[in-house]
Design a protein around this ligand. Structure first.
Ligand code: MG
Length: 311
């Protein structure tokens, strides 16, 4: 960006607004419509509006604005930079909603027990309405009951590819030194590649971003994966940017719940999600009854829980 054109805008709190009025009172050079004042310095124009919006323009915008964002931080414990970033993210994400897109998401990476499941699915203008009617959103924001009801419906209507990484396989990979992000990159690529090569029409491929694009592709390169999808839009909060990511998370979650049900039946005890102390207690019971080698088949051994269970 041309530095001279640099513009920084944010809304200040009332107490900071008062401070600004006082601070700039002897420097005022004008009063554009709806503004309280405008100050033109040699390297920055500052305009404070009645609404509390303040605009810094020019080569010195950064420095002048940073003084006030710092005041917000110290006095009001507000992080203006963070707020601005979030706002931009939201705006950015709006842009993708109406594309026909393939999206992917995974579950199980934070759960000690159970596999990791990654799904890719396509949502286009003909299926979007169905998902809106079902109020599909990020699976973390939906109850298990609702997921059990909705997932079978969307699995009938949407094309999807899913992959389940068993605990045994996960533990093998972890032993080889694969970290969680590397495992995720490989699995996302796998389902995206398969679905995008099914001859379906789409504009974009969206991945709920879990690592930088650079790391994502370097993980694939490390494993010499040649069958890969390279044109990806990585979005933080991907599930709110496009329904395909939300739907992928719902399908993954549904299949995960089914796996947990199967395990619960097999062991005659409810297998818990997450990685809490209660999970440790459950682990201890299972080890007592079936021996510690049983964990290899049902848990992610490199989680801290293992140590606590075997202690
Ligand atoms: Mg995700």
């Amino acid at each position: 960006m041309d530095n001279k054109q640099k513009t920084i805008v944010f809304k200040v709190s009332d107490n900071i607004k008062d401070q600004m009025i006082e601070h700039y009172q002897d420097m005022v050079t004008g009063k554009p419509p709806y503004s309280i004042f405008q100050v033109k310095q040699y390297d920055c124009v500052i305009t404070l509006y009645e609404s509390g919006k303040v605009m810094f323009q020019g080569i010195g915008a950064d420095i002048e604005a940073s003084f006030w964002t710092e005041q917000e931080r110290i006095i009001n414990n507000r992080n203006i930079d963070e707020e601005t970033k979030k706002k931009e993210e939201k705006e950015n994400n709006k842009e993708y909603y109406y594309y026909d897109a393939i999206g992917s998401d995974e579950v199980g990476t934070g759960d000690y027990f159970g596999p990791i499941i990654v799904t890719a699915t396509l949502v286009n203008k003909t299926t979007r309405k169905l998902l809106e009617d079902l109020k599909i959103m990020d699976s973390k924001k939906m109850t298990d009951d609702k997921i059990r009801r909705c997932a079978p419906i969307i699995m009938k209507k949407l094309p999807y590819v899913t992959f389940t990484l068993s605990n045994t396989k996960y533990n093998e990979l972890a032993k080889k030194g694969f970290n969680m992000n590397k495992i995720k990159a490989i699995l996302h690529n796998k389902v995206l590649y398969e679905l995008s090569n099914k001859g379906i029409a789409y504009h974009k491929i969206i991945v709920d971003q879990f690592t930088t694009p650079r790391s994502y592709f370097s993980y694939l390169k490390q494993e010499n994966i040649t069958e890969k999808v390279t044109k990806i839009t990585f979005l933080t909060k991907g599930e709110s940017a496009h329904l395909s990511v939300a739907a992928a998370s719902v399908i993954s979650r549904y299949l995960f719940l089914e796996e947990m049900d199967k395990m619960s039946n097999k062991y005659g005890i409810t297998i818990l999600k997450g990685a809490s102390d209660k999970v440790d207690e459950l682990g201890k019971q299972i080890v007592k009854k079936y021996g510690k080698q049983e964990l290899e088949k049902i848990a992610k051994l490199n989680f801290k829980n293992t140590e606590k269970i075997l202690k």
